[in-house]
Design a binder for this molecule. Structure first.
Ligand code: ADP
Length: 642
């Protein structure tokens, strides 16, 4: 049948180029990747055959087979799994669907050195394409279970690949690599050597639940005078892996390396996980879980199609990928395996979502992950810091969705703070540092650390040396509304309501303040009228020491950032007017007060009021409704000052 030539999708082509040309030091992993794909394909065919009796798949002897030929420098990895249709080959092998890929490829191209590039490749995992690290030509012959026709795909990893429909092909996929010459000259990297294949399988793929067999090697041509008998004996294929599920073995029987390889199989990440978590539940509903926290956040953690990494097994048999019923969304970065004893092999996602036992399991797993994070905080602070840096933003979503664990999530959270610019702080540490008489945990949300730190709202807090948490993740805007406090201390935004700074001091100043209030009463009410469309009140501020004015939200109103967030999510929420606060110690404000007392109806005063509002808006990173008018007013005044 006709052979057609196709071009790889742009990203796929770039990725391949980088795989071929980058010197990924551990080339052995290509075989792990092929075996991993084969194993997935076997899982799939078993499941499909179970669900669809009429599929016509052969599931009688599912296995993986490796065959090597030193003479022709070929290595074959074969499975009799689900296989791929013609269209699937184009889809799955010719393109890269992962939404993070474009970003990844860009980062990879920008990588300064080999080590960075290697790290990036490792983080992303390149799956099937890793074949091209060792082969200059790859053929993939595949037939989807139940279909009659097969497909042959070939490529040398450059810009194109060929496709051909094939009438005769065994069920599943056969990948044939023509190994690069260098690999056979070098003993250590001779991937046709049986010892080498044995070693790689043992190291990386021992736990694979399907047999990985190695065909007996073709005998070397008999040397002169050597006996023929040895060759006459029938050669049995050899099974290379123990097939023992790691989670079913006792803890001291399994090495860290073995756990790490299972993680890599599940996650498609080439790096070791940050943390391994084991859980053994006995009793009426028995299950084992082996969970992993990755060392890096994947590129697509926040995108729609992100797949959660929990695989469900029932009595050692793979049942489901991406089992969302077993892990709450805010722990979606956790990968692993859960093996339950008493579920049907046929269980569906819908049933899992409603099953009470599964819900209990999910709660228990979430608690276990959180308690592990808590242990890491004291047990290995560096690894905790890595975890928080990579996944803190996701974990904080749990403050909104998981009422049961809210206290624990708060306890394992860290925040940037004015206390020490480099090191994030926990709430517990914050509370320990609280000043005499301080009753609240203060925070400010905003777009960036710089904007927050320079915001006028911080002035009095800075002047008094009161610590403020600096919250810059979008999710922070939301959870601070839902969380009332920590260990009895209320959380308070420094940009909302009145500032409750040092109660005693306040009392002393009470009289003085009252006097001021009277002095300014007229100005304030006049300005309230002038700016009535924009603000609900104008008052004197206790939070300003340097700036003339700032805007604050009423205690129970939504902040502008929160309003924007809701709107971005398509939710309409009413606009809340804010409060303009003035700094009576600022010459512009005291001057305005004086001028207003003398000649209240001068138009320049109304403009000054407008400017005070505009400056407050700009100072917090907000946007003016009419920037050109603001500029005109400022320019006029600047000109007059010349
Ligand atoms: P990944 O395994 O990370 O998804 P790969 O590039 O290794 O990425 O493979 C892409 C897809 O091609 C797989 O998700 C799978 O659907 C399909 N595939 C690869 N190898 C096989 C195989 N041996 N049998 C069936 N499908 C396969």
């Amino acid at each position: 049948m006709a052979t057609e030539t196709f071009e790889f999708q742009v990203e796929a082509r770039q990725l391949l180029q980088m795989v071929i040309h980058s010197i990924y030091s551990n080339k052995d992993v290509f075989l792990r990747e092929l075996i991993s794909n084969a194993s997935d394909a076997l899982d799939k065919v078993r499941l499909e055959a179970l669900r669809d009796q009429d599929l016509g798949a052969d599931v009688s002897d599912l296995h993986i087979e490796i065959e090597a030929d030193r003479e022709t420098r070929t290595l074959i990895v074969r499975d009799n799994g689900i296989g791929m249709s013609y269209d699937e080959v184009i889809q799955l092998i010719g393109t890269i669907a992962n939404s993070g890929t474009a970003k990844f490829v860009k980062e990879l191209k920008g990588a300064k050195d080999e080590a960075t590039a290697e790290g990036l490749i490792g983080q992303f995992g390149v799956g099937f394409y890793s074949s091209f690290m060792v082969a200059d030509e790859v053929e993939l012959l595949t037939r989807r279970a139940g279909e009659s026709e097969g497909t042959r795909w070939t490529s040398s990893g450059e810009g194109t690949y060929t496709l051909e429909r094939v009438e005769e092909a065994p069920q599943g996929t056969t990948v044939t690599l023509r190994l690069r010459p260098a690999d056979t000259e070098d003993q250590l990297h001779d991937y046709t050597a049986p010892w080498k294949i044995r070693e790689i399988v043992k190291r990386y793929s021992d736990f694979i639940t399907w047999p990985i067999r190695m065909a007996a090697p073709t005998p070397p041509p008999a040397a002169e005078g050597e006996a023929e008998e040895a060759d006459a004996a029938p050669r049995e294929p050899e099974t290379l892996n123990s097939m023992k599920a790691l989670w079913a073995r006792s803890r001291d029987e399994v090495t860290d390396d073995e756990y790490h390889e299972l993680y890599k199989h599940i996650s498609h990440d080439w790096n070791d996980p940050l943390e391994t978590i084991r859980l053994q539940a006995e009793g009426t509903f028995e299950y084992q879980a082996l969970l992993f926290v990755p060392a890096h956040a994947p590129h697509d953690l926040f995108s729609q199609g992100y797949q959660r990494g929990i695989q469900l097994y029932v009595k050692r048999v793979f049942v489901m990928d991406d089992c969302e019923a077993l892990m709450p969304p805010y722990l979606r970065f956790v990968k692993g395996v859960v093996d339950a004893q008493d579920l049907s092999l046929n269980v569906s996602r819908e049933i899992l979502q409603q099953d009470r036992q599964i819900q209990l399991m999910r709660r228990r797993l979430a608690k276990k992950v959180l308690s592990t994070v808590k242990e890491m905080m004291t047990g290995s602070p560096e690894r905790y810091a890595t975890l928080w840096g990579e996944f803190g933003r996701v974990l904080k979503e749990g403050l909104l969705s998981d009422d049961d664990n809210r206290e624990t999530i708060l306890a394992v959270s860290s925040f940037a703070s004015t206390h020490a610019p480099e090191a994030p702080t926990t709430l517990k540490q914050y509370v320990e540092r609280m000043k005499e008489g301080q009753e609240h945990i203060f925070y400010l949300t905003g777009e960036s650390r710089q904007v927050i730190e320079n915001s006028p709202h911080m002035e009095a807090f800075r002047a008094k040396g009161v610590e403020v948490l600096l919250l810059t993740d979008p999710v922070d805007e939301v959870w601070v509304e839902a969380v009332t406090g920590f260990e009895g201390k209320e959380l308070r935004s420094v940009a909302k309501g009145e500032v409750p700074l040092g109660a005693e001091e306040e009392q002393e100043k009470g009289e003085e303040r009252e006097q001021r209030r009277q002095e300014y009463a007229e100005l304030l009410s006049w300005m309230g009228g002038q700016l009535g469309e924009d603000v609900k009140e104008v008052r004197l501020s206790a939070r300003l020491t340097v700036s003339p004015s700032c805007l604050v939200s009423d205690t129970h109103d939504a902040t502008p950032a929160l309003e924007n967030l809701y709107r971005a999510m398509g939710q309409e929420i009413p606009h809340s007017k804010r409060i303009l606060e003035l700094n009576a110690d600022h010459p512009l404000v005291s001057g305005l007060n004086k001028a207003h007392g003398e000649r209240a109806d001068e138009p320049a005063l109304a403009e000054t009021a407008e400017l005070l509002y505009g400056m407050a808006l700009l100072a917090e990173g907000g946007q003016l409704a009419d920037p050109s008018r603001f500029i005109k007013l400022v320019a006029e005044r600047a000109e007059r000052a010349l």
